[in-house]
Write a protein that binds this ligand. Structure first.
Ligand code: GDP
Ligand code: IMO
Ligand code: MG
Length: 427
């Protein structure tokens, strides 16, 4: 059985954690391929709620091997505290594998993330402050520290020296901060080495051998399509590729192995941090979506910006990811509106535009063109089949499917594992 990718089709927080967990029981490996602990994935199992940041959501499925791929950035202190938090709750994490090529989020990268944001002032990105951007910048600048470097003290020291050489100049001269001592960083990183050694592996080899042996591999994206460094709303993006191609580079698996790409799509839209958001609401409806949908960041605790569903974005996600199908999430949150506006196109400087404009300036000017769909008032949280949904909810799903350009194969009607309507077989 070939590989599947599961990714966010909007600006993140679409419900990827729940979807991954749902599939976790039927797959052999769940692999994170990009991002780091900027992600916040919620999984609800029975009366237990888990918030995962760095670890793949498959870690909660016994029998599934969780993998942190080479494209991920790893903060070792976060990794260890997430592992011990799960162990305390009785979750077995011993199968975890971490790529030796994954880059490490060092303490100075976290510092640089925070001071850069402060320095940008009103032009700030609104990052999660977890050191993600500076760590990827070091990787591209070829001064990054990789997991494998923790096992060679001399190499580690040389690399930290190289990285801090310029950074300390910037920190002291530009940002008026104290210089960071090489020895202090090396000591801290070496302190993690023995604790994570058991997990470090050649994950590229493991995953390709697994695929050869007909195992099922699921790639779990962090963030979302519109936060992609290449295809998102740059510069208001994260510093990696959550889009489908990122799964190949971030895990070392060829595109010929991937047979299904599932886009996780919220029945409305949310965004955290700065950047354009055409359907954003600043009224009572936005407040209601936030309240009913519990739209508060899992990682930073910030309120999420909320707005109506945007079909232009969904179509774009279908295109840039080659989506085979969607999981539509949080349909239950829309219960109670008499009419539900859906953005079908934009008006940009007086012209109707059907597709996402490639120019960032145009996107900033985009005004949503809404179509009104009839709402429903019945409680849908107990629905088990599509036929259980009221007619207007069925029509809403069908309309979104039509506009978004790929079939909807599952519908979320609540946060729990079983609060899901399966339309097509999951695997
Ligand atoms: P992720 O980052 O994509 O994994 O999503 P988050 O976990 O950050 O945010 C999604 C939130 O919606 C979480 O609190 C989930 O428990 C919740 N959730 C997921 N699917 C559904 C659904 O179908 N209905 C409702 N009401 N909540 C859901
Ligand atoms: P999950 O996986 C929503 C946003 C931040 C900021 C921008 C850059 O839970 O969907 P970064 O710290 O990555 O440099 O911040 O990206 N962002 C997210 N928004 N969900 C996420 O993850 C996010 N990860 C980063 O708010 O706007
Ligand atoms: Mg999240």
């Amino acid at each position: 059985m070939p590989a599947l990718v599961l990714l966010g089709a909007q600006w993140g927080d679409e419900g990827k954690g729940k979807a991954t967990d749902l599939l976790g029981g039927s797959v052999d490996y769940v692999v994170r391929y990009q991002g780091g602990n900027n992600a916040g994935h919620t999984v609800v199992v029975g009366d237990q709620k888990y918030a995962l940041h760095l670890l793949p959501s498959g870690i909660l499925s016994p029998g599934c091997t969780p993998v942190i791929g080479n494209g991920v950035v790893v903060d070792p202190s976060v990794l260890l505290s997430e592992l011990s938090g799960l162990n305390e709750r009785g979750v077995d994490t011993s199968k975890l594998l971490i790529s030796g090529n994954a880059h490490i989020i060092t303490p100075y990268n976290v510092t640089v993330d925070k001071v850069t944001e402060r320095f940008l002032g009103k032009r700030k990105i609104g990052t999660t402050g977890r050191g993600i951007g500076p760590t990827y910048a070091d990787k591209i600048n070829r001064v990054g520290i990789r997991v494998q470097d923790l096992y060679d003290e001399s190499i580690l020291t040389q690399k930290v020296e190289a990285a801090l050489d310029i950074k300390n100049q910037v920190l002291t001269k530009l940002y008026n901060r104290r210089a960071i001592a090489v020895s202090q960083v090396v000591e801290e990183l070496l302190g993690y080495a023995a604790q994570i050694e058991q997990y470090v592996a050649d994950t590229v080899l493991v995953l390709n051998q697994a695929l050869e042996a007909d195992k099922v591999v699921l790639f779990e994206g962090g963030q979302g399509t519109l936060l992609d460094i290449d295809h998102g709303t740059y510069p208001f993006v994260t510093s990696s590729n959550p889009t489908a191609g990122g799964a190949c580079t971030g895990a070392g698996v060829g595109p010929t192995k991937i047979s299904r790409v599932i886009g996780i799509l919220k029945a409305y839209t949310t965004r955290v941090g700065a950047g354009p958001f055409p359907t954003e609401l600043f009224d009572e409806d936005g407040e209601a979506l936030r309240r009913i949908g519990h739209e508060r960041g899992v990682t930073t605790g910030r309120d999420r910006r909320c707005g109506w569903f945007d079909a232009v974005i969904a179509r774009y996600a279908t295109r840039v990811n080659g989506l085979t199908d969607f999981f539509l999430t949080k349909l239950d949150v829309l219960t109670g509106w008499e009419q539900i506006p859906v953005c079908v196109a934009y008006e940009i400087d007086g012209k109707r535009v059907e597709e996402l404009p490639y120019s960032q300036t145009d996107f900033h000017h985009a005004k949503p063109v809404y179509e009104m769909l009839p709402g429903w008032s019945e409680d849908i949280s107990k629905a088990k089949t599509f036929a259980d949904l009221p007619k207007n909810a069925q029509d809403y799903v069908k309309a979104l499917e039509e506009m978004s350009g790929a079939p909807i194969s599952a519908i979320g009607v609540g946060p729990g594992r079983d609060e899901t309507i399966e339309i097509n077989s999951f695997i």
